[in-house]
Design a binder for this molecule. Structure first.
Ligand code: LMR
Length: 394
């Protein structure tokens, strides 16, 4: 039977990871996959994570299954982190998932169960795996304008015009903060406009929040998500702990389904548990336990927040340095957007040919759509990148 299988399209992010590994040049620079790296190129285990793991190792006396939705203490801690007190706790159904991708996948499945003909509106561009999973599940995708290639900011008017086509029973997928792949984000007035549109159209928002704490801070990055959750009757939120806790390989995420009518909670909760059971049964626990341990311990939480701030500020510093270096070399402000973007990524807004030239001639690896992982830089490689950008004529 296997002879009927067809080659599947390669994920462009993972493909680039492989090409980078195989490049023998020792001057190569990896701005591909979204992984934080410190100035030495290491993706460190955060201090609080190490301490929590030690605590777990000492205290844990069983590895028996948790619940189908994971440990409720993990859900409580994450709901608090993402939503604060924006909505009453009894309106939030939640299930632990294998990473943010697991939460996204389960959310799409829940949408499909609830409304088989739902369309999902996605920003153009969006994280490629959103599109890949939607296609795999056979869910109709409607792109909405997002990135303005002239300003390298958000084409807000275009976005709103396209989103007006959505109606009740459709889903609008939004990036809660730190838009992936562009780095261009809405301001708070624009988010208010989106909320108004959601209420007018009756479409259901689904928020993917994978980079909380990487943009303007933990609370600032969650502000739009909280406001949306508090304003609309129903919403889905897929949260990831991969980046802000640096526990990528532990696969730790949470899917939240919020219904302002608490009567819907139990059915939403049992649906999430059912979906977990069908796909992988009990979700992984180790990463979730690390997160819960940190968030429920004042000292560990304070240390984690402090280290996350260091990470965030390091990325902001690199953004400023790159924008300044490019201003110096180009004699223009046209790269100022790099300092305005937030999160791990910025879309340079150049052609695939120039991205290829950067890779071939300079050993600089960014995704073909010109997404750069800012955290792949350090103070010494910023000038090298800036010079290469000028050399290939961006
Ligand atoms: C990315 O966008 O690079 C990350 O979210 C990693 C991934 O799984 O694609």
């Amino acid at each position: 039977m296997f002879e009927t299988l067809k080659e599947q399209p390669a994920d462009k992010i993972l493909m680039l990871m492989q090409m980078y590994r195989e490049d023998p040049r020792d001057t190569k620079i990896d701005l591909g996959v979204g992984v934080y790296k410190d100035a030495t190129g290491l993706t460190p285990v955060m201090r609080a994570v190490k301490a929590a793991e030690q605590k777990i190792w000492e205290d844990q006396n069983t590895k028996v299954y948790t619940g189908l939705a994971g440990d409720p203490a993990f859900a409580d801690a994450m709901i608090e982190l993402v939503l604060g007190d924006a909505v009453p706790r009894d309106t939030v159904a939640a299930a632990a998932t294998p990473g943010g991708t697991g939460a996204v996948r389960q959310a799409f499945e829940m949408i499909q169960m609830a409304k088989p003909d739902a369309r999902v509106f996605v920003s153009d561009p969006t994280w490629p795996n959103h599109l890949s999973i939607l296609k795999y599940l056979g869910i109709e995708v409607v792109p909405y304008r997002y990135f303005d290639n002239e300003t390298r900011g958000v084409d807000f008017d275009g976005m709103m015009e396209d989103l007006k086509q959505a109606h009740a029973g459709d889903v609008i997928l939004l990036h809660g903060c730190c838009h992936n792949p562009t780095g261009a984000n809405l301001n708070s007035t624009e988010w208010d406009g989106v909320i108004k549109l959601l209420l007018e159209t009756g479409a259901t928002p689904m928020i993917d929040i994978a980079y909380q704490g990487f943009g303007d801070g933990l609370d600032a990055d969650a502000a739009a998500t909280r406001k949306i959750a508090a304003s609309v009757p129903e919403c889905l939120i897929a949260a990831s702990c991969s980046k802000n806790f640096g526990i990528y390989r532990e696969r730790t995420g949470l899917l939240m389904a919020i219904a302002s009518d608490p009567a819907r909670h139990d059915l939403n909760q049992s649906t999430l548990a059912f979906l977990n059971r069908q796909n992988y049964s009990f979700p992984p626990d180790h990463g979730a336990r690390i997160v819960t341990t940190i968030l429920n311990d004042d000292a560990l939480k304070a240390d984690w927040m402090a280290e996350l701030e260091e990470v965030r500020n390091a990325m902001l510093g690199l953004r400023t340095q790159l924008a300044e270096e490019l201003q110096r070399l180009s004699g223009s402000d046209r790269f100022g957007f790099l300092a305005q973007h937030r999160g791990m990524f910025s879309r340079l807004g150049t052609t695939p040919e120039k991205v290829e030239a950067l890779r071939k001639e300079h050993g600089i690896y960014m995704i073909g759509d010109s997404r750069m992982n800012i955290a792949g830089l350090n103070e010494l490689t910023v000038p090298i990148l800036a010079k290469a950008i000028m050399d290939v004529g961006v």
